[in-house]
Design a protein around this ligand. Sequence first.
Ligand code: CA
Length: 654
Amino acid sequence: MELRVHRLESEILADDLHYDGDLGALYTPRATLFRVWAPTASSMSLVLYKSGRGGEPVAVHSMRPDVAGTWVFRLPGDCHGIYYNYLVTVNGETHEVVDPYARAVGVNGERGMVVDLRRTNPEGWDALRKPEYVRFTDAVIYELHIRDLTVHKTSGIRHKGKFLGLTERGTRGPGGVSTGLDHLKELGVTHVHLLPVFDFCTVDEADTKTPQYNWGYDPLHYNVPEGSYATDPFDGSVRIRELKEMVKTLNENGIRVVMDVVYNHTFHSVDSHLNRLVPGYYYRSDWTGNFSNGSGCGNELASERSMVRKLIVDSVVYWAREYKIDGFRFDLMGLHDIETMRAVRRALDEVDPSILLYGEGWTGGLSPLPDHEKAVKVHVAQMPGIAVFNDDLRDGIKGAVFDAPVPGFVNGASGCEETVKAGIVGAIYHPQVRFERVRYTKHPWAAEPYQSVNYAESHDNLTLWDKLEATSGQEPEKERIKMQKLSLALLLTSQGIPFLQAGMDFLRTKFGDDNSYRSPDRVNAIDWERKARYFHVFEYTRGLIALRKGHPAFRLGSAEAIRRHLRFLDMPRDKMVGYMLFDHAGGDPWERIVVLFNANPHLQWVDLPGEGWVAVVDGERAGTERLWDVHRDTVAVPARSALVLVDKESFEAA
Ligand code: CA
């Protein structure tokens, strides 16, 4: 039997009816032009309202069919603040839908709103200057959820759970520790990565009193900010202005902003706005004609179809231009086709080539998209300018995410050395790494080191601290803290792009909850009391970030440079990895740097290449300052710790 992707009549039609121009409510002060692509509709009307919810329509206008399957209506006058929907008749059925290109919506995204975007710009927006940043490997990413970072009673933040909470300066928590924006600055990360801030479905924006929680992987409108993060979810302009205010404040404080985007599925399926507008076109189906479910969420967008690809590219470019977003993280990127991801990269390069682009290089289930077309991890070398999460390193460091009691390198497992080494080189080819022993992917999959996003925890699954509890709960807390610090040292010295989940720097716990997507604040909120209690872990993380930012040897720009300047050293036993960066790698003022990791529960002596070394990182402290000297050509690496040594001569000359 021949298995193939079911090809819909509407898809065949659409191939001839690609529309290349602007869609949506196109505002000018003199008139607004509404243009919507609906090639299978038999009639279309524009319905106008005074507000985003309730009340009868103030007018209904028939739209006129125009070029390439689009329908248009021109409404004269200054239409800013008018709410609207479309009435679409297709296959004899009529539905009211929200414009997929809506740039503003009312509460809960029930209606679109015409918006004069210039009125939403905060003061100084046009003159905003981006923080200095040269190469992808210079990024240090910190993943956070707007509500988690601001909502805890210890945060000292006034706008709890809101975009504006991240614009407050000088906020303090227990013991006087900095929180929110000041915390991000103090830590020294270059990019914050926000869990979804586009308009998602499952938080009732109209109920501003009851605490509600969702990560936001349930897309409703792709080109509009989420209303529950705004101080007023009813006025379509407010959420736009406040998100821009947040981007502006973060940028002004030296931090770039990455958005988590979820174009692989929508919350609704058959009854979604997209499917009612052009039935069957936007989603993949299996050979029986039913929606396929490669996302695990009930549907998957057919990115390979020309107007779906356009929707994705247009949306990303819109966020980059209108909101000055500095990076995008694609959820389940493996569900998109390679060509679409290349098109996204090309379009972003025209806006700003320094925009980061990375994603999950896997799918959430079986998809009819042919394997060779999927934008998965093993195809990332075919996608220059795009990175993927390194799940080999993630599970190599701490053990498998779906098997809580199973440990990895830092918590005592054997046989993780090659996986750790592959992570250290950023998943590129290196002659000393035996990829056949790497955890999942048995060959080097990155063409360049920036294609590997190195991490040990993210919002999904257990936090690292909870995982260490699951694997090593019998060990005293001080031993598990050593494991956490060893993980941080590994991530922040490895080649590629390091990625931390917010609070990892002070042992974040979700109390063992491994899927907290709708768990209450008491699970998800960041408790700033922990920053005060585990301040030495925070300082250690901050020191590692300062080391990385201060020394280009740890963020080499090319695979070739890594092969030329990084050599693994022989270790006296297993559960250890060590290497040397040499010959002023990346133009580093330090000539030779030795990095050693010992995951054994006891001290190990290691032979060094020569005498005369200065330690800048050990198990207790980290940074760029001299901690102590090694006079001989051997050094003791304490149990469960990292050591970074610099040759004394160039250290003192630098
Ligand atoms: Ca919403």
